[in-house]
Design a protein around this ligand. Structure first.
Ligand code: LIP
Length: 267
């Protein structure tokens, strides 16, 4: 049986090294290419970060599998697969904003085992280990995370994000029109992994987004669940590219139902 503490330590080291590279190794002129649309970009630093993560993780555990946003792909013979987003929030990174993260998850036959979301520009790191809880580490030290507070949806601060495709964005704006009056307010910080960690640590009460990939939420899902935050998809589905919802237990069902209704109205 794999020692989850060992995976945690390795993920933490790798994510911090990638964060150092991204924060201090960023060239004056960042070069990038476009992906799915003209606004969906991959920078040279996304690729450099992914290469560093893969080398670090497989250097230590050569038989593990890897799935990375920028193309890293390798089958596992150990039962452990690393799911990597080398820069979650690439557009924020491109603009020199602080809301981007390195996201590293280890998954096994039971699903998410270890998640690390490192936010270099804020000097904060979130870590979750299945069965062992979640923490936020920053200059104040290490803080355990657990959401047991009861928040009504009408008083909830809810995060969301928007995709890169203009038709998708139009549909997301229509949903926003319906849901916005039902919350305290909405935030769009810019990186799904950070939004979700912020639900775990109380800076948001809920979050939803359509159109994400597994690497966007693999690590933060573990951190959320270990912090008592529900993570789900629509209508009993697990979180997926169609929809991910995460929220404190007191308002997750209502948030789900509003989003399910908004989706039904789209059809
Ligand atoms: C981003 C997400 C963000 C979403 C963007 C994009 P990327 O990930 O974190 O929440 O709104 O469309 O998917 O592309 O920077 O890794």
């Amino acid at each position: 049986m794999t020692d989850l503490g060992e995976l945690r330590d390795l993920a933490l080291v790798a994510a911090r090294e990638a964060g150092e590279l991204l924060l201090h190794g960023r060239p004056a002129h960042l070069t990038y290419e476009t992906k799915s649309t003209a606004t969906d970009v991959v920078t040279d630093m996304d690729r450099a970060s992914e290469a560093l993560l893969v080398n670090r993780l497989l250097g230590q555990r050569p038989d593990d599998g890897v799935i990375g946003e920028e193309g890293a792909s390798r089958a596992s013979t150990t039962g452990i697969t690393w799911v990597l987003d080398p820069i979650d929030g690439t557009v924020s990174y491109l603009y020199g904003q602080p809301m981007w993260a390195v996201s590293v998850a280890a998954e096994d036959e039971l699903g998410g085992a270890v998640g690390v979301v490192h936010v270099p520009a804020l000097g904060e790191t979130y870590v979750g280990v299945r069965g062992a809880g979640s923490v936020r580490i920053n200059s104040q030290g290490e803080q355990s995370l657990f959401r047991s507070d009861a928040v009504a949806l009408s008083m909830a601060m809810v995060g969301t994000g928007f995709g890169y495709d203009s038709n998708r964005r139009r549909a997301q704006a229509r949903v926003l029109l319906e849901v916005l009056p039902k919350f305290r307010d909405i935030r769009r910080p810019g990186a799904a992994s950070i939004d979700m960690c912020w639900v775990a640590d109380g800076r948001l009460d809920g979050y939803y987004e359509r159109g994400l990939s597994h690497w966007d939420y693999a690590a933060s899902s573990i951190i959320c669940r270990e912090a008592g935050v529900s993570v789900l998809g629509l209508n009993d589905a697990p979180p997926n590219s169609d929809m991910i919802i995460c929220a404190v237990p007191s308002c997750v069902q209502e948030l789900h139902d509003i989003l399910a209704q908004a989706r039904a109205n789209e059809d």
